[in-house]
Ligand binder design. Structure first.
Ligand code: KDG
Ligand code: MG
Length: 407
């Protein structure tokens, strides 16, 4: 069948309003424009090149309506597939095509996905403080802003720096700008002494109602993770995140067998196959892939459908290092998906809104994607050009003996 709406242009923008974002713009023969986020923190130029050099040329002339076929073309049709760069590039194309489909239909994307399965989406943000007092100030600030769920991160005595925690401010940027990654130190024993006490004090201070979450950033062994999970039972966390590296998902069984603490994992997963064992053996309670890093709305929808069979809930990654376009895509998917528990919203530097105008709303601890046609995020190319790319990397952690620690 001849296409009514073909792709006539596909352009990639790398801009840095406070941090780097990769944005794909697709234009159609009837003048519609769709945007996708392709940001992979610390590897922005790789995904920009993969798009510009390899996928964009193949997009020209394709039928813009055929989202699933385009997804399969770039995934199954590629000899070298999977991994964050490939999947973020496909994810950006997928988002941009859903954006176009929504604009063509004059409907928000969540309507095209089956309509609202809930009225609003519970969200959580971050609170950080090196010590208890600073952490509690940060938690109180988040509660004042209206959040009902807060991820709490804190310093570890004896360490100079801990990822995700600054000594000075209640916010942090995941990637430091400059040449080469900064080194941070890590001491599992000191962390395991600190975390249960700190989190118990926070729970005592905030009472029962506020949802508390905590992220371990893959730093523990299975035995350490099981011990931490046991020690944290009394805190009644909403979840404990990324307790260990997940290359061997079956190792999570040790934690599952020894505690009832809800586990969340998946922000570094890229396909349904990465999630398969963890879901089918129900080794976690929450699956956390970001829409961009897991091949876009189309593929994430399949991951959530598989999760639903095993009573696992969606809870996508939403740090400042994925753009508001990804955030909007995640919210449209979340509104239309029944097994979607919560959306992370770390928040953005004010400069980000000079480039991206989003219309999703925050009210009383909940987000809504907006009823604008498509994804509902505009991208200002001229403003984007003002903020040139600057090299930035996530830090690398080393144990006290100098050996490299897992991310
Ligand atoms: O790029 C890495 C960050 O997005 C990540 O470290 C943040 O763990 C994170 C989270 O849960 O938001
Ligand atoms: Mg995390």
């Amino acid at each position: 069948m001849p296409a009514n709406r073909t792709i006539t242009a596909a352009e990639v923008f790398v801009s840095s309003p406070s941090r780097n974002y990769v944005t794909l713009k697709i234009t159609t023969s009837d003048g519609l424009v769709g945007y996708g986020d392709a940001t992979v923190n610390g590897r922005e130029l790789s995904v920009a090149s993969y798009l510009k050099d390899h996928l964009c040329p193949a997009l020209i002339g394709r039928d813009a309506e055929r989202i699933e076929d385009t997804w399969q073309f770039f995934y199954k049709g590629a000899y070298w597939r999977r991994g964050p760069i490939t999947m973020a590039a496909i994810g950006a194309i997928d988002m941009a095509l859903w954006d176009i489909k929504g604009k063509a239909a004059d409907m928000p994307v969540y309507q095209l996905l089956g309509g609202a399965a809930r009225d609003k989406i519970l969200t959580y943000t971050h609170a950080t403080g090196w010590g208890f007092e600073e952490l509690m100030d940060s938690v109180a600030q988040r509660q004042t802003e209206g959040f009902r769920a807060v991820r709490v991160q804190f310093g570890v005595p004896g360490l100079e720096k801990v990822y995700g925690v600054t000594r000075e401010a209640a916010t942090y940027e995941p990637a430091g700008r400059g040449i080469g990654p900064v080194t941070e130190d890590w001491d599992s024993a000191a962390y395991l002494r600190t975390a249960p006490q700190m989190l118990a004090r926070v729970r005592d201070a905030v009472g029962d109602e506020l949802h508390l979450l905590h992220d371990v950033h893959h730093r523990l062994t299975p035995s350490e993770a099981a011990r931490l999970a046991q020690d944290l039972e009394v805190v009644r966390l909403f979840w404990l995140e990324d307790v260990m590296p997940a290359e061997n998902p079956q190792l999570l069984r040790q934690v599952r067998n020894q505690s009832t603490i809800p586990l969340a994992i998946g922000e570094v997963f890229n396909t349904i196959w990465d999630c398969q064992q963890i879901l089918t053996e129900r080794l976690v309670d929450y699956i956390r892939c970001a829409v961009v890093h897991a091949g876009g709305i189309s593929h994430m929808r399949k991951i959530l459908a598989l999760a639903e069979v095993f009573n696992v809930q969606g809870a996508p990654h939403g740090p400042s290092d994925v753009s508001p376009i990804n955030m909007a895509a995640s919210l449209h998917l979340g509104l239309a998906t029944s097994n979607f528990a919560i959306q992370e919203h770390m928040g953005y530097d004010p400069l980000v809104s000079e480039v991206f105008t989003s219309h999703y709303t925050f009210n009383d601890g909940y987000l809504h994607p907006s009823d604008k046609p498509g994804l509902g995020v505009e991208f200002d190319e001229k403003a984007a050009r003002k903020f040139e790319y600057r090299q930035a990397y996530l830090p690398v952690a080393r144990n006290l003996d100098g050996s490299v620690k897992d991310w």
